[in-house]
Design a binder for this molecule. Sequence first.
Ligand code: SF4
Length: 1254
Amino acid sequence: MAGLLQGLDASFEPAPLPAKSRPSPFPSRHHVSNAEAGPSTPGTTSKLIDLTNKASTSSSYQTPKKQRIGNTTLQSENGGPVADVDMDELLAGAEDWDFDDWVPSPKKPSPKKRSSVIPAQPTAKPRAGAEAKAFVPDPYTRCVVDAVGEQLDVRSGKDLKHQQVIYLQNDWYDTDVRPGDIVNAVGPFEHTSSAKPSIKITSQSNLLILHPDILLTATALSNAPQCARKPLLSSLVRASNDISPALVWGNMLHEVMQNCLSEKRWEEEWINEQIEEVLLNGLGMLLALNVSIVTARTELRKRAIGLQIFKERYISDVPKPDAILSDTRARSSDSAALLAIPQLHEIEEDIWSPKYGLKGKVDATVEAVIAETPPASSSPSIPAITSGPRPFEIKTGRSLAGLEHRAQTMLYTLLASERYGTDVPDGLLYYTQSDTVVRVPRSRNEIRGLIVARNALAGYMIKRVGREGEFNRKRNKDEEERKDIEEIGMGAETFLPPPIDDEHACKRCYTVDTCMLYRYAYSAKTSETKLPMLESPPTASNAPESLVNTYDLKTGHLTPEQGLFFRKWETLLSLEERDLVRFRRELWTIGAGDREKKGRCFAGMVVKPLTGVEQDAEKDEKNAAGSSPAGEGRVYKFSYTFVRSVKWAPSSQGGSSESDQRNLLNGHLNVGDPITVSVEPHLLAFAQGFITDLTPVAVKLGIDHKVDLEWIRARMRKDDPQFVAGEVVFRIDKDELFGGMGRMRNNLAQLFYANGDRKRLELVVDLRKPLFSPSIPPESLAIESSSSQHVKNLNLSQKEAVSKVLSAEDYALVLGMPGTGKTTVISALIKILVAQGKTVLLTSYTHSAVDTILRKLDDEADDKSGAGLAFGVLRLGNLEKIHPDVRKYTLSAKRKAETVEQLEAQWMGPPVVAATCLSVKNPLARRGGLEVSLFRRLSDAHPDSVVDLREQYRMNEDIMALSNKLIYSDRLKCGSAEVANRKLVLPNAPGKGDLTWLDASHRRQRALEKNCWLAHLASPETTAVFVDTDSLGPGVAHDSRVGDLVQNEVEAELVVQLVEALVGKWGLKKKDVGVISLYRQQVKLIKSLLLAGKSTGRAVEEEGEEVEVLTADKSQGRDKECVVVSMVRSNDHGQVGELVKDWRRMNVSFTRARSKLVIFGSRKTLKSDPLLAQFFELMEGRGWVYELPIGAHVVHKQDLERDEENVGVEEDDVCVVDEVVEGVRPVVEDQILKKAAGVLKGRPILQDLVSSES
Ligand code: SF4
């Protein structure tokens, strides 16, 4: 890599390399593609804040209105007022804004204040010399490589019809391009009548971007010259402890200066205020550094001294005599230059460029006026003045314009040029410690070197991300899966550049631990391993002795088995991550309309202007939030409501009606999801944020950038001069890569580091037997002071569980089957452990499970004293997904800390921390091992460590029989005869011969009188039943699709009619009935049918009561007298789908019911799956299958639609979490799958039910 960038230092003398002609290193051939030409734009777009001294006094520009709320600044926007977006909470873990496709920039503070962007106005810059020419960006063509030989044969254009040729010359020749790869050819193709259009990529002209969908950050790329391995490793494993004082002071000073730029204030007093605010917001970093706020203040003030000098010198309309713009590469004979910065365009702008395969977050983009003074000898000696937007990077270190800084700034010139649609010939580097601004002109040679280096890095990364060949490769699914595994780490090709083994560099490398761990893991071998060694350890013959010693020090404690364990699990995480990367690419490779069909985008959206009433309501809401304790600490940024454009015409999709397609609830997007906002094709992901509210017709976003319609229109005119005014149409995409797997890998790696968690390495990886001290007999618990009051209501098996846990020195496993009182036991355990002075991490896969336990703790405390919990709880996670009752335990609900000590008390003080843990979606990763929970792994290895909760008090014996026979091998018992015989008796029971509404229905269709399906299902004797929809007639109740989501309209209708009858006619309380489906789209459909009832006046909310319609995941922790399950899948092909095969979720669904369980579905379809066949064997054997009579779904519809007052669904409940992605492939035989064993061995269906119920 260093070699690739050698040209950087000497790049001011263009030194084109001669064209080479060598045999190609890449044989074979291939085909296909998709292409588009890059846009062209003249002129400059204005989106400015005037920075000059007029700023504080002049009214020549528009100052944004501000309100102060809590500790944050609120900006009121045209067309987009600020709302109560809790961005702190929403941004939990969101340092990943910088987590790009794979390589992140170093963390920067999230901008607490955004610059306001002023609508187009004349800039105050002087213009001299020639008028700026219309800007025409380099065109680019997206191609798929057909064959690699002396030239690349590629195809591009719609349907990949255009055959073209790319010649790679000079250092481009060695690019690792292969058939099937996607490349961007940047530059014009030459057209001749006799040959295919062609382009030469040489040292002097044009660029080749390999795998352009991998967006490398400019920061990572600028770090690559020293060691290309380092940025890749630090993106794979995101360490949370690589924090240093220099980094913290640098980040804080950045923020102070950004505030100065955006607020146009530079007085000492004001700067000191900013320092205080930044310190308060950065208390977490100070805590991590163990530094007091006093020390930090001193450090920051020292470093901020230069800011006023900077302002005096550079913030001006015209360059001042002392405003030197340095050029560290200039010769003494070169002209001198002066700089003025009259205006700010934007701060912390995140720019993605699929054209160059780059992205970056620019500290600031400023309007720069540069006056070039010609050398004394030249004539005439009139200065030439140029102006325009320039990336402005703030550097707090001492070294001036080092290679890395130059490379980063130069790459930003490419990005800024794309964002602003204008030429950006250079960038600016400001060094705070030397009050120097350095100009970094963009140079062809340097850019070429950097792009060649980018391509080399992308060549490694693609092995993990997945080659793009899916455009044209018709692999079968098995082959595809095997390929997936091979490509990401089990195959023969390494995905990491080789180590540099440089004594000096490696000694100082911040990622040395990770580097050595990967080296060990990917070279480990046991007698049974057949995996190829992708790495090699350093030895005396190939590395300095000190490095060999370091390697021993870092990995000497590991065994080959442990190394292979890391390799396997690290690989599985990459599989999971691969899906996310693929989804991210869709933002620019798939049009909004097509992505909407996949449910991952809202297309055709416009900003909704607010009415006066709404504005008042927003204001009240904001004031309330700002003054309430819950509002403190919230960060308010920009908030907008978007609706569909009236002009948006959905394309026809699968027969869905237009109103269905306009319905914003018909997709994968939900409240709390991270999103990006784009204007296709002009501005890609120019704002990022979260969904804060979602209804069928509107989506409300909290985002990090202002949506300035005038500025956007001006920018659109650059690409399309015909666009003068009119509607700005946005696309809102789900940002799936948010978060990535870097943290998970770091957690995994922590077990294996030399100074890592040895105890858990032994217990989890080596499966060392857990130790127990002599256990306390359950009867003694009642007299122990710490436990007596908490166990008195527990039954024997619950007390045994508590006793086992208290005697565990390592771990104990409590297998809590459904309804056996897990929540009660966990709640008791938490209280006992806290009373013993211990700390507790409470975690589950779902928010609802975590919150159910916290609510129980709360309820019990209130019952006793009314004073709430006697100990502290810290609830971490996305506020939108946390139950309102327990939001009081989140950080945002606490008083904002003003000192490091206060923050430490808030973070470290509570003995109970509650959070969700990761759930896995990729089916291959799940089958490869990620679906095996820790509970399962440990219980398989050490059945002695498991204690069962056997007596359940929820389900009657028929409902219990389902789980017992299919899953729990009859170990589950009813806690009492009363529970066993429980039946659902409806207050206004149906039938009985009187003239009920049912009779009215039956008079219209006499044939159904004797076999009324509603009356049958409502009977107390019907306790567990499968309702077969096949008997309605061929295809009547078939499933259908909305995009790639599955629903079943007839089944939804039946479910809703049953619920309406139970609640509206027969008096069942709304809280006593629940509807569950594994399919999110079905949940939404059922909810919308119930909502339709509400909108016609049928449903009146009763306090605390609602009919809950839930996914299986969300139903965890709930129980209902009656549960109605909608299985959805019904088709002629026996397509059951992976969701229905997921017995963990099925079991959760079935075991929510106390007295009645009604399961709707197609027997014929579901029975085609072997696992479900066993379920039907049981149901049929017991006579629990009910065949619906023909016409059942319509016979009562009229009566049920006419009245009803009691059915309603909270709109808030529309948020559904933890959906499992569909589109699953069959299992492949591979080297990483393992069979189940141990305590659960021999049970035919159980895969990992323990984990969901533990
Ligand atoms: S330890 Fe050396 S080889 Fe490994 S990443 Fe760091 S600098 Fe590169």
